[in-house]
Design a protein around this ligand. Sequence first.
Ligand code: ATP
Ligand code: MG
Length: 259
Amino acid sequence: MAVQIALENVSLRFAAKPQPFTVLEEISLSLQKGEFVVLLGPSGCGKSTILNLVAGFNQPDSGRVLCGGEPVQKPGPSRGMIFQQPNLFPWLSVLENVTFGPRLGKYRKEHVNAEALDWLARVGLKGFEHHAPWQLSGGMKQRVALARAWLPGPEVLLLDEPFGALDAQTRMMMQELLRTAWLETRTTLLFVTHDVDEALFLADRILVMSAKPGKIVDEITLPFGRERDIETLAAHPRYSEIKHHVLHRVRQEAKRHLR
Ligand SMILES: Nc1ncnc2c1ncn2[C@@H]1O[C@H](COP(=O)(O)OP(=O)(O)OP(=O)(O)O)[C@@H](O)[C@H]1O
Ligand SMILES: [Mg+2]
């Protein structure tokens, strides 16, 4: 399988006060094309910083960040990003929000609109294309953000706690929706969360980080298969053991960070 994203010995310092500090130290990781990887780790360990490097919003001080074998130098349409807040333009309709990116470049309106409507249907928003963002619930807004990110056909999607602000039921629906869209498109996903259950349901592989400086300290490949059901996953013979291990590692790192 081809490597889609690679960080090779990446280090980064921030010029913070009272003194500069190393946020990421010698981080190496790679994602195979089509893989779903979840990053877990204590607050402030550098998870968003890693996503920002892959997105091209920032550059490492040393080491390399590669996407499809090419060095990442700036943001580009091959890498989409989804944040905790949907960040929709309040004065644009749902359809206009979803097609905003393509409309900045050369595009065929009918084609882009048809694809946008298709994505809106896939995320369960058929019939809402002419609504304004303020007429939607939080989960619906985040579904618009998903459609918007997927419309340009990115190779990679970077998701920074995208369901963190949603209630438990909506969150579960969004997780299922995300997995379905991922299975259909085979986009490579790098997903940040604090929620161990979410990580266990979504990921092919979980990476656990430590803080100050940020490093990858554990890697767990999940044996649950790609076709998962949120209701029956917990009955998998290895679910409890793996959940315990991941919880333990995450808590260990969080406690170490607090000390
Ligand atoms: N532009 C910046 N300049 C200086 N320091 C920064 C900058 N961005 C982030 N930091 C610091 O780098 C560290 C890592 O930040 P980052 O946002 O990557 O953490 P995180 O793991 O995503 O945390 P959380 O789980 O709370 O979102 C934090 O200590 C943060 O204060
Ligand atoms: Mg963050």
